[in-house]
Design a protein around this ligand. Sequence first.
Ligand code: AMP
Length: 214
Amino acid sequence: MNIILLGPPGAGKGTQARHLVETRNMIQLSTGDMLREAKTSGSEMGQRVAEVMARGDLVTDEIVIGLIHEKLAGDNAGGFIFDGFPRTLAQADALGDLLQEVGETLEAVVEMRVDDDALVNRITGRSTCSGCGEVYHDVTKPEPSDGKCTRCGKSDFTRRADDNEDSLRQRLMEYYKKTSPLIGYYHAKGTLRSVDGLAAIEAVQTSIAKVLDN
Ligand code: AMP
């Protein structure tokens, strides 16, 4: 089963994707993570996208489609979770073609609905364990007082360079201008399902499980 998690920055796509990886043996394909890895490794492409990402703009379709193309050739275990991809109509068309090429289909597009005020609060207080990707929040889920991640025990937490108000405003603008049209696109294809992304993490997990099991 291959699915897309669709929603604005801070909707909780990464958190839900990690849960699906753990419980359903699915494979998370996050273009944001791939681009951050490219940036950290210092590759030529990573250097090219660093500034674009810091501003909160989208990188070119060509780059992200290329990244996804490479991953689709590998093992797909319990299916792929596309997290943060596609973000434009051109990417959505390309994904359809790529899946067809490898004999796969897209079973569901899960739209995670949230409101903008909640996003600003979620994103500006966010930190991530560099060991396992567990997400913490200054107010709702502070980093443990002993400094060790509750999930993996590592004590290195990072904050994303683009998790500040200016970048977030631009990332939201990009979402509404370029990504939200995908809601209509997948609705027309009959694959769109919506869940309340503002509910507690476990409640969102349950809603997504229902979508996948139906
Ligand atoms: P994310 O981790 O999904 O929030 O992505 C972080 C940043 O990476 C975005 O703000 C974009 O600059 C870039 N990015 C990630 N995925 C895509 C995509 N599918 N298309 C274009 N840019 C992307």
